[in-house]
Design a protein around this ligand. Structure first.
Ligand code: 13P
Length: 347
């Protein structure tokens, strides 16, 4: 492992004014997104859609530091035969790859899951490195709520098993000269309030960094992709913008060592504008030991998906919608966003 080179890639991923585009939806997830806009999910429609994003020159060169790809995309060529991965590199962005293989029920933990994909991961990482990937992503999923027996979840068993898998993955990535994005996602699906989200996320992050330490992962060569502290979507007690920003900053300061170069949030089902406003408010607090930016899937792609709707005539509109969201999040990553800027979509 060359830690200095890993650190350079990690720094580039969170460079000022830029963040990550999570375009690594699995086959099932992209089908769901396409169903919502009336597009049939085929190898070609997925290629056309993603090519549209990667050819959005302004967004890609000015706001996007890297793109997380799904296995299918990293081997695909664009319409004119240019590999999609080349389009990303030509824009000055770094290609990355999702390497987890989804989740499965965890025995003895009803309602909870473990993320799969460690078997043969070393071999897969070597192939992805050869193809040009310089970072990877692994997502652990932690739900807040109650299981079928009425017990509160998450359980220690699930948090520990997922943290351990994240650390094993991260160590394998660094051995393959690939920067791991460590993503322990606490879902915002339930009816819990922001303080319960804070408490569970703290538990998950403490456990994750302990396991990263035990597996000897070099913190300087990784990126953390956490959720923010937010109330569950079904909670009657939604938190204010300032409360989300203050509690998220407090939470991360308590859990994330300063040696980590950057934190790139997931959007997790927040509205486009909430995801931007929250990131902006966090950066406006300032004085943070890490770069804090975005690694958004839905919050960057919902608008371009709608605008495109699978029609070749709408490619320019799709690119404009993507460019707008990328630019808003770029400003938010510097604490320079304001709600009025949302109206100036052409700029
Ligand atoms: P969302 O921003 O849609 O949560 O996706 C980010 C991601 O990569 C989840 O793994």
């Amino acid at each position: 492992m060359n830690l200095s080179d890993l650190n350079k890639v990690a720094q580039a991923m969170v460079q000022p004014g830029k963040g990550l585009l999570a375009a690594d939806e699995s086959g099932g997830t992209i089908k769901k997104r396409f169903d919502a806009i009336g597009v049939t999910s085929t190898e070609q429609s997925r290629r056309d859609y993603r090519e549209m994003l990667f050819r959005s020159k302004q967004a890609m060169t000015q706001a996007i530091s890297g793109v997380i790809l799904y296995d299918e995309t990293i081997w695909q060529d664009g319409k004119d035969g240019t590999p999609l991965i080349k389009l990303i590199e030509q824009a000055g962005a770094i290609p990355g790859i999702k390497v987890d293989e989804g989740t499965q029920g965890l025995p003895n933990c009803p309602g909870e899951t473990i993320t799969l994909g460690l078997d043969k991961l070393a071999e897969r990482l070597a192939k992805y490195y050869k193809q040009g990937a310089r970072f990877a992503k692994w997502r652990a999923v932690i739900d807040i709520g109650q299981n079928s027996s009425g017990q509160a979840i998450p359980s220690y068993a699930a948090v520990h098993a997922n943290a351990h898998a994240l650390a094993r993955y991260a160590a394998l990535c660094q051995a393959a000269q690939i920067v791991p994005i460590v993503e322990p996602e606490v879902l915002m699906d339930g009816d819990h309030d922001i303080d319960r989200c804070y408490e569970v996320t703290q538990f998950v992050l403490k456990e994750t960094f302990q396991e990263l330490y035990f597996q000897k992962v070099a913190l300087e060569g990784m990126i953390l992709k956490p959720n923010m502290a937010v109330a569950g979507k079904k909670s009657a007690k939604q938190a204010t913008l300032d409360e989300v920003a203050e509690k998220t900053v407090r939470l991360l300061k308590a859990c994330v060592p300063a040696a980590v170069p950057g934190i790139a949030f997931l959007s997790g089902g927040q509205s486009d504008q909430d995801a931007t406003a929250h990131l902006d408010a966090i950066n406006k607090i300032g004085g943070l030991p890490w770069s804090v930016t975005f690694s958004y899937g839905r919050a960057l792609q919902a608008a371009p998906q709608q605008a495109w709707s699978g029609k070749p005539d709408n490619v320019a509109a799709g690119q404009q919608a993507f460019t707008h969201r990328a630019r808003m999040n770029s400003l938010a990553s510097k604490g320079e966003w304001a709600p009025e800027l949302e109206h100036n979509k052409a700029a």
